[in-house]
Design a binder for this molecule. Structure first.
Ligand code: FE
Length: 205
């Protein structure tokens, strides 16, 4: 849409305008440093993302001792790889098995493990996902293109401010002898939320 007038805040969508107004107020009162806000946004937009979680999963696949630690104390195991910080203070890893598939949601809002997955995708925050992941997880998974055997149990984990979850998908067949680094390339964000599986070797990225 062409604009032939100067841009004002009123051109922004309501949420952006509110955030901007709030930031202006907080900066004006000396409560926050605008450079600090920029640094946080930069960090979570570009430097922290699902590649962190993928390296955690790939290490668990290749290092049984680490996998055991991840199962017992995910917060410490993940922190040992340098992934710490906001929204990741208390982590639990949930492991997919032949019998059980894990799916993560935040029914109340959008709690998400930032240090390992970065910022949540829009659908994760959407009311339909939040409501339906609990009520009809199998239908939700089908919409993501994931149809599980009827015998597979689906466990849904509701995130909170106190506890965030990382799904450890099953290691794909045909990857014997692969390095952790190579395996990490198969671990998608969706696989670590539970709306997908790890990719098979040779499948399109
Ligand atoms: Fe939440």
């Amino acid at each position: 849409m062409p604009h032939d007038h100067p841009h004002h805040d009123t051109d922004l969508d309501p949420m952006t305008a509110r955030v901007k107004a709030l930031e202006t107020l907080l900066v004006g009162k000396g409560l926050v440093d605008p450079a600090a806000i920029d640094a946080i946004v930069e960090t979570y937009a570009h430097r922290v993302g699902p590649q962190n979680g993928a390296s955690v999963v790939a290490r668990a696949w290749t290092d049984p001792e680490f996998a055991g630690w991840l199962a017992r104390d995910a917060t410490a195991a993940i922190a040992s790889m340098g992934f710490t910080g906001r929204q990741g203070e208390h982590m639990q890893a949930v492991f997919n098995t032949d019998d059980t598939h894990n799916l993560v949601v935040c029914t109340l809002c959008s709690c998400y493990p930032w240090p390992v997955l970065g910022l949540p995708p829009v659908w994760y925050k959407s009311p339909p996902y939040r409501a339906r992941a609990v009520r009809e997880p199998r239908a939700v998974l089908a919409e993501f293109g994931l149809t599980l055997p009827a015998t597979t149990r689906i466990r849904v984990w509701d995130s909170t401010a106190e506890l965030r979850y990382l799904v450890v998908p099953q290691r794909p067949a045909g990857t014997a002898g692969w390095s952790a680094e190579r395996l990490a390339g198969l671990v998608t964000r969706e696989a670590m939320i539970g709306t997908g599986l790890a990719r098979s070797p040779g499948s399109a990225p």
